[in-house]
Design a protein around this ligand. Structure first.
Ligand SMILES: Nc1ncnc2c1ncn2[C@@H]1O[C@H](COP(=O)(O)OP(=O)(O)OP(=O)(O)O)[C@@H](O)[C@H]1O
Ligand SMILES: [Mg+2]
Length: 286
């Protein structure tokens, strides 16, 4: 087992936890929807999604979504194709602007138009399904690019942090390799390293295994499990139901733009009384 992938960068003054707010500092109107069964419920709120709405033209994709993610929680965002999982992730990463509602990262309202987006992006790591690495750049340059160009780290600091992360996943020797010389699984693991560069408070993983050869899915999921063991706070959209059941502390099920379920994997995936939810997870029960 590799050592802490998300351990504080030695050149940074503070570990990620220092940025996390006390939930009481968020507005009263958005009280946490805590459930007694959530193990991390007493931890500070890292991400608070408060009644967000998002439309594309006439199509309202997110119709008032609210939930919290607490520090060290792994939350699986599930739902049929087109239910709005990626849209929600893109709103959190500020790639899309919400039409209504607020998103809080720690005590920062990141939907405030005056926010410095690059500062927020340094606090959120993101990995998408595919096209994560630039094909014309080697692994080291891919991993360090945003830290150097967007967050203005000097080259030595960025290279040191990148090599530390790559060594931990056994890819230090491949730092000079180009993406097309790596397997899809290795590329995704490198993309996860890149997302961890700035010690983010939250990691967003959007279907990171769905473009992979089935043989390569396991190594990427193992890395996510390892991050979970190290206490990383993760929101992951996935169609890997068994993995979600196994690895998530909590499952949020989207259906037609609203939250159909929000609970533990056992509550939502095994024991829901809602016929549509039962149908959605029916293959899990055999
Ligand atoms: N940029 C866009 N412009 C217009 N419509 C969009 C845009 N992005 C997404 N949509 C629509 O929003 C809806 C939700 O899409 P989204 O990609 O969020 O779904 P998803 O739950 O991530 O699906 P999947 O499981 O297939 O990844 C879909 O109807 C999609 O066509
Ligand atoms: Mg999607």
């Amino acid at each position: 087992m590799a050592s802490a992938l998300l351990a504080a960068d030695s050149t940074q003054a503070s570990a990620p936890v220092a940025h996390v707010n006390n939930p009481t500092s968020a507005p009263e109107a958005s009280a946490p929807q805590a459930s007694a069964t959530i193990p991390a419920e007493n931890n500070p709120v890292v991400l608070r999604i408060d009644n967000i709405r998002k439309s594309y033209g006439d199509l309202e994709v997110l119709k008032g979504i609210s939930f919290d993610i607490h520090q060290h929680e792994v939350v699986a965002l599930l739902g049929p194709s087109g239910s709005g999982k990626s849209t929600l992730m893109r709103c959190v990463n500020l790639l899309e602007q919400v039409n209504d509602g607020q998103i809080w990262l720690g005590d920062t309202d990141i939907t405030d138009p005056a926010i410095k987006q690059d500062d927020i992006r340094a606090r959120i790591g993101v990995v998408f399904q595919q096209f994560n690495l630039f094909p014309h750049m080697n692994v080291l340059n891919n991993v360090t690019l945003a830290a150097r160009k967007v967050h203005h780290w000097d080259k030595n600091r960025a290279n040191e942090r990148a090599m530390e992360l790559l060594e931990r996943i056994g890819m230090g020797a491949r730092a000079k390799a180009f993406p097309d010389q790596l397997s899809g699984g290795q590329q995704q693991r490198v993309a996860i390293c890149r997302a961890l560069m700035t010690n983010p408070e939250l990691l967003l993983l959007d279907e990171i295994t769905s473009a992979l050869d089935p043989m390569l899915v396991g190594e990427v999921l193992d890395m996510v499990r390892e991050l979970k063991e190290q206490g990383t706070t993760i929101l992951m959209a996935t169609h890997e139901m068994s993995f979600a059941h196994d690895a998530a502390d909590r499952v949020v099920l989207l259906r037609k733009g609203v939250i159909a379920e929000n609970g533990t994997p056992e509550e939502v995936m095994d024991n829901s009384q809602d016929p549509q939810t039962r149908e959605f997870f029916s293959h899990l029960r055999g």
